[in-house]
Design a protein around this ligand. Structure first.
Ligand SMILES: Cc1ncc(COP(=O)(O)O)c(C=O)c1O
Length: 1024
């Protein structure tokens, strides 16, 4: 391949991009650091691992590629996919991507930032989410929109669970069969083994809508057990549902209504917004949607964007408290400036743990960020034009097609907007799809069988992407396929008004009218901005954040490492980004090869025999693992196993996952089951004696254990294999939370550790950017016992070398409507090819060396946790705390002890850095994780800052009262922001952005001592 698409950046100008394995330290720096920690080589760092669990040699993945070789490899792989003109939709619509999107995708301080838990240093991310929430609110009429769920399917599951919590004693929900089948499968996979029954309402075969008589029957049968009814505005056949009637009916039954909508069709003159459904426009209670197409191409199915809204007004302020996921609120800082922060966190896993409303942690934050920008680029008008345009195109195309004798509308009397289903009379849809693919067209989605009858059905989806010529060609292809003549000239005219009148055609059939009851009547309050205006706004938002590109971002447990630019280049290649997941198999061979090889590489890296790439985040990976545990026990007739053991210091997602999977204490069982905590010993490792007590106490009931390794204190669980053996002997399975694989990848063999399932957050160890909270991504590797239970499909290689899908024989079902966050799989794969087998080991060894180097330089002057583990070797992170005397001094100055550590975190912001992880897993701890991305010079600079911060807090604890001083805003009053919740507003102008009081670059350029002096001065000037 001669002409590669050019890089849209200059790698030479980026300090880390061309470094081998993206490791910044030079050989001499590495040598100096090794010497400082008393090691002779990188191998030495792992010499103390028990031989029984070591990986014997570097994982068998291909050797590393050069930078240019990598570029070429990725371009060639993407070129193995055929992206042709497409009429595929079927729940994953494809629209043009507004020009602002690639620009925002390139703002590194937004893309690479962490979840905005430090609001004063994250107004950028929070500001983008505010725009998203307000934009979706304007389109839908809902006051509260969260930012955001993984995708439509999981958003629907979360909405159903929310409805269940809102109706005490309820155990069931009704979902229409007219929802997309893969959404239904996802919610069924999630609901299995839980206390939520999913009941389905069949499709009326002649209308393609919900069967109302059966709905009424089922509602009556379920009575008080019923929590909600979920139904789509556009059915999975493209038909517009009678949403007014269903909404009113459901409300009268006193159960929650959940509408599944498409936000892109809700502009001026478009479809009726969910807030207005019903004869009296009272609206539904919740809505969910897929929002990927608001801002992204199909990307072979992901990342998606789960859009969720719930009513929040004077008459209903409480439903929101039962929701899951992240909301951004508008409040004030301590000086009364407007300020955004995450609100309602007390429902979330990191606080409520097993009592959380969901296990979601990383969400699809960055997709929400770009969707917000795309919404403002389109404005109310732009959305309105889309709705009118697609209706007009769909109508004209349908008219042309039904002139062919072998083609008819599958539901001839039902109205549609942007997509419609045709029935083929004499040949099969499968044949037509192949015929069209050979002519370079993805003609639509096969729906045969979906309606429960034998008809051959094809759904054709329209958007703003297809041209008149594409439509004409589609008609020609179908004519040629049947050897029939229609009147293709009409298909090339999109001038039809798309208004509400039906129209006749040669076959005598008419395109059903679009009655006004389906449409919006009022105007959307949504401004439109030019690309230049938005570029300037989002660039300024970026300046409110900091990025691991520039400096250590020491968030322990979060692995904020450098995210190579070339990963983004590869993911954006048209062959990947514009590929629809329902394209025929022969056209997606590049994508399948990439997934296949990723499966193989992670088998080699973990030592385990099975890998699924389906999960879209670490927490979802956990759920996949625990669901497999349940399925495995069930298959052995041991469904009574109702206990999951979890160390007290585990990440909140672990207990929340176990609960979400169905591990809850059941009445009448003594001792109660569900999540049971295991204690740590004084060295910070699992207390094996306590484990033994629990295995005995819950004999025959332990389903498994979930353990993070290395654990959240940065300490290796040196007895992991012993623990595994004991759990296995007790009949349980072992889940390793692999969020910290950055410390051990390539050095420890998880098979030898006795791991049955492990997730890796690819947005940590494997360089996917954090996106201000997502999209994350994950894979799960499993032991032999669980291989047959893996979710979704596995990619397998056929004898002829090509790739295809295969479903594991006892699969637990799907977790994603397609194949997970595919664009992130591309990034991860690109990184693995850059690392090669040597790089995997070098990367994790350098992460450990960097942390040990810092810890070694700090531990004698600064107290660490666990207190008695000072001499225990740290892996990739460690926890610091304050000396007792400093706590006392600060208390004497009027600060509460519990405030000290979070305020210390804010002092880091004043040095132009992000804070370490505060108060987790230890309330009085600051968890530091440097990663392998930084040079010794940078690590030394960081050490100087930490020492200076400790000196400052000890000498002037009062500065903690006014921190931070240099961010755009003062400390956010999060208590008030939660009390007086404000979750959206009408956007009449772009929200105001305040400048940094001291630019980050200025703080980075100054010495730690100088910054400390400025902090004291700033504090004094505030107090004067
Ligand atoms: C130890 C640990 N486990 C699980 C998770 C959850 O992963 P995710 O955010 O990808 O869902 C995290 C995320 O921070 C983590 O640190």
């Amino acid at each position: 391949m001669k002409n590669l698409p050019p890089l849209n950046y200059d790698p030479e100008s980026l300090p880390r991009e061309l470094k081998r394995h993206y490791i910044s330290a030079t050989d001499s720096e590495i040598e100096a650091m090794l010497k400082a920690v008393g090691a002779n080589s990188l191998e030495d760092l792992f010499a103390y691992l028990p031989d029984a669990v070591k990986m014997e040699k570097a994982p068998a993945i291909p050797d590393e590629l050069s930078y240019s070789g990598l570029q070429k490899e990725m371009v060639e792989l993407s070129a193995k996919n055929n992206t042709v003109s497409s009429f595929l939709g079927d729940g994953l619509q494809q629209y043009s991507v507004p020009e602002i999107v690639p620009h925002v995708l390139g703002i590194r301080k937004l893309t690479t930032a962490y979840t905005p838990y430090q609001p004063e240093r994250s107004q950028g991310t929070l500001g983008t989410h505010w725009i998203y929430q307000c934009g979706v609110s304007a389109l839908t009429g809902f006051e509260a929109v969260n930012a955001s769920f993984y995708d439509r399917s999981t958003a629907l599951f979360e909405a159903l669970k929310c409805a269940q919590r809102l109706r005490r004693g309820s155990t069931a929900v009704l979902v229409a069969d007219t929802l997309y089948p893969n959404d239904i499968e996802v919610i069924e996979t999630h609901a299995k083994f839980t206390n939520l029954e999913i009941h389905r309402v069949p499709t009326n075969k002649s209308s393609g809508r919900i069967d109302l008589a059966t709905l009424e029957e089922k509602v009556a049968n379920l009575g008080d057990r019923l929590a909600a009814v979920a139904f789509p505005q556009i059915t999975c056949f493209g038909i517009l549902e009678d949403v007014d009637r269903i909404t009113d009916y459901v409300r009268n039954q006193k159960v929650r209504s959940i509408a599944v909508i498409d936000p892109i069709l809700l502009g001026d003159g478009g479809l009726k917004p969910p807030r207005e459904y019903g004869a009296n426009a009272e609206g539904v209670d919740m809505f969910v949607a897929e929002g990927q197409h608001l801002a992204l191409g199909p990307n072979y199915g992901g990342p998606g964007l789960g859009v969720f809204g719930i009513r929040f007004h004077d008459g209903n302020k409480n439903d929101i408290r039962q929701t899951a996921g992240r909301f951004v609120g508008k409040g004030k800082d301590s000086k009364g400036r407007d300020a955004f922060s995450i609100v309602l966190s007390t429902r979330e896993q990191h606080i409520r743990r097993d009592k959380a409303t969901s296990n979601i942690c990383s969400n699809q934050a960055y997709v929400a960020t770009i969707a917000g920008a795309a919404i403002l680029a389109r404005g109310a008008e732009g959305f309105g034009e889309i709705a009118k345009f697609v209706r007009s195109r769909a109508k004209v195309l349908a008219e042309s097609l039904i002139q062919l004798p072998s083609v008819a509308l599958a539901f001839p009397n039902e109205p549609f907007l942007n997509e419609f289903t045709i029935e083929l009379k004499s040949k099969t849809v499968a044949e037509l799809i192949l015929f069209a693919a050979a002519k370079k067209m993805h003609i639509g989605a096969e729906l045969s069988g979906r309606c429960g009858d034998a008809r051959e059905l094809l759904m054709i989806s329209l958007s703003d992407l297809q041209t008149d010529a594409d439509c004409a060609r589609l008609v020609d292809i179908v004519s040629e396929f049947f050897g029939e003549m229609g009147n293709s000239s009409s298909s090339s005219s999109s001038s039809s008004s798309g208004s509400s009148s039906g129209s006749g055609n040669a076959s005598g059939a008419a395109i059903p009218e679009l009655e006004t009851k389906f449409l919006r009547t009022g105007k959307v309050q949504l401004p439109k901005y030019s690309t230049d205006q938005l570029k300037a706004h989002y660039d300024r938002l970026g300046e409110q954040n900091v990025s691991p590109d520039d400096n250590i971002y020491a968030l322990g447990s979060c692995t904020m490492k450098y995210n190579p630019y070339i990963n983004d280049y590869a993911a954006a290649l048209s062959g990947f980004a514009n590929l629809h997941p329902q394209a025929p198999e022969q056209d997606v061979q590049g994508a399948l090869q990439l997934i296949y090889e990723t499966q193989e590489y992670f088998k080699a890296i973990t030592g385990l025999p099975g890998v699924t790439t389906q999960p879209v985040a670490g927490a979802q990976g956990e759920l996949v693992g625990i669901k497999m545990f349940q399925a495995y026990h069930e298959s052995r007739g041991e469904s009574q196993r109702d206990v999951i053991l979890i160390p007290r210091t585990a990440h909140g997602t672990n207990p929340a996952t176990a609960t979400m999977a169905g591990f809850v204490a059941k009445r009448g069982l003594t001792p109660p089951g569900g999540v049971v905590l295991v204690e740590a010993n004084p060295e910070g490792e699992i207390d094996l004696a306590h484990l033994d007590v629990l295995l005995e106490k819950y004999s025959g009931r332990v389903a498994g254990i979930m353990v993070t390794n290395p654990n959240t204190s940065g300490i290796l669980e040196s007895n992991f294999h012993v623990m595994s053996e004991r759990v296995h002997q007790a009949g349980g399975l072992v889940y390793m939370d692999g969020a910290n694989m950055n410390a051990i990848a390539g050095w420890m063999d998880l098979r030898k550790l006795g791991v049955d399932a492990v997730h890796n957050n690819t947005h940590k160890t494997w360089t996917i950017p954090h996106g201000g909270g997502g999209p994350g991504d994950a894979f799960v590797a499993v032991s032999e016992k669980l291989v047959d239970f893996m979710p979704g499909d596995q990619v397998v290689q056929k004898a002829d070398g090509s790739y295809t899908w295969e479903t594991p024989v006892e699969s637990i079902g799907i977790f994603h409507r397609h194949h997970g966050n595919f664009a992130h799989k591309v990034r991860c794969y690109t990184y693995l090819r850059a690392l090669g087998k040597e790089g995997v080991r070098r990367m994790s060894a350098m992460a450990v060396l960097s942390a040990r180097y810092l810890f070694m330089n700090l531990k004698m002057q600064v107290p660490s946790l666990p207190t008695e583990a000072i001499n225990v070797r740290r892996m990739h992170e460690f926890i610091l705390t304050l000396p007792k005397e400093t706590f006392t001094k600060a208390e004497e100055k009027g600060l509460k002890k519990s405030e000290m550590i979070p305020r210390m975190g804010k002092l880091f912001l004043d040095f132009g850095l992000h804070a370490p992880t505060v108060a987790f897993p230890e309330v009085y701890g600051l968890m530091v994780e440097p990663t392998e991305s930084y040079s010794k010079v940078e690590l030394d600079k960081f050490l100087a800052v930490v020492h200076e911060i400790y000196r400052l807090v000890n000498e002037h604890p009062e500065v903690l009262k006014t921190v931070p001083h240099f961010t755009p805003i003062d400390r956010v009053n999060e208590v008030e922001a939660n009390r007086e919740l404000m979750l959206s507003e009408t956007l009449n102008s772009l929200p105001k952005i305040l400048a940094n009081r001291v630019p980050v670059a200025e703080l980075e350029g100054a010495s730690a001592a100088e910054v400390a002096k400025r902090i004291v001065m700033a504090h004094q000037s505030v107090c004067e």
